[in-house]
Design a binder for this molecule. Structure first.
Ligand SMILES: Nc1ncnc2c1ncn2[C@@H]1O[C@H](COP(=O)(O)OP(=O)(O)OP(=O)(O)O)[C@@H](O)[C@H]1O
Length: 264
């Protein structure tokens, strides 16, 4: 079963040398199993902090995260995270990088009975993102987009029930970014995991998501949660539907009303 996720009145205050920084305030979220939720908001509004709190990497100062009806205490079990910057290990081949989380978890891929299964699974994942034939290369031999695809494979090898993505395409050029969206849609359809996706791109959020959460500037609060009226499965056509533009305008209007976006 994939993950149901709730944030109940989550707040976060960072105590710094120069005083307290309130990063998040009164965050309520509810994400159904298999749902794809994106969070958009201005820089510094607490998007990454939300993600780290959901992953269990950061503790909320108030409120709670509930996963499958159980309050989160440590690391979110069954979750995998993809960051903006790929964190591949330079001295390992692409295949070894994809298999790395299984080693860390103690599922020894070199263990005879697991080796073949995990290796086949890793190769299949690499093939599904267009990286067939790159398994024996090293990270420095791949482009930024290819490395980020490897990062996604490395998350998916863990068979996550909850995929957390923090600006995963933020460092990529526009064309690669578009292709990565299509790849992610395909993978999300195939595996059905619950997804929390952090982005600065309004269009990306709308195209990918079932729900888009629009945040205010710091302290980050939720200004609006927008259910996306685009059918699935989605392809490039979805961006030509009137509902797509309507949603884009809806989000832009919210940002303009907050002074986050000013048109020339
Ligand atoms: N460990 C920390 N200690 C102190 N302040 C922090 C810490 N982490 C984040 N902050 C502050 O909390 C606020 C939210 O940061 P966060 O990284 O979550 O924002 P963001 O929306 O992801 O930003 P961006 O879009 O620029 O990546 C910022 O003001 C940041 O300076």
């Amino acid at each position: 079963m994939t993950t149901k996720l709730e944030l109940n009145n989550v707040g976060k205050i960072f105590n710094t040398k120069s005083g307290d920084v309130q990063a998040l305030k009164n965050i309520y979220l509810s994400i159904e199993p298999g749902e794809f939720l994106s969070v958009v908001g201005p820089s510094g509004c607490g998007k990454s902090t939300i993600m780290r709190i959901i992953a269990g990497l950061e503790k909320p100062s108030s409120g709670e995260v509930v996963i499958n009806e159980t309050p989160l205490k440590k690391i979110a079990e069954g979750s995998a995270v993809v960051f903006q910057k790929d964190v591949l290990l330079a001295w390992r081949t692409i295949l070894e990088n994809v298999l790395f989380p299984l080693e860390v978890k103690g599922i020894t891929w070199f263990h005879r009975e697991n080796h073949q299964t995990n290796r086949s699974k890793a190769l299949e994942l690499l093939e599904s993102v267009g990286l067939k034939g790159f398994e024996d290369k090293y990270p420095h031999e791949l482009s930024g987009g290819m490395r980020q695809r490897v990062s996604i494979c490395r998350a998916l090898i863990q068979d996550p029930k909850l995929l957390l993505m923090d600006e995963p395409f933020g460092a990529l050029d526009a064309l690669t970014r578009e292709q990565m969206m299509y790849d992610l849609l395909k993978l999300s359809n195939k595996f059905g995991f619950t997804t929390v996706f952090i982005t600065h791109s309004i269009e990306e959020a709308i195209f990918l998501s079932d729900k888009v959460v629009v945040m205010s500037g710091r302290p980050g609060t939720i200004l609006k949660e927008i259910p996306i009226r685009l059918n699935r499965p989605r392809n490039a056509q979805a961006r030509r539907q009137p509902a797509f533009d309507e949603h884009v305008q809806e989000v832009r209007t919210i940002f303009k009303s907050q002074g986050i976006l000013a048109e020339a």
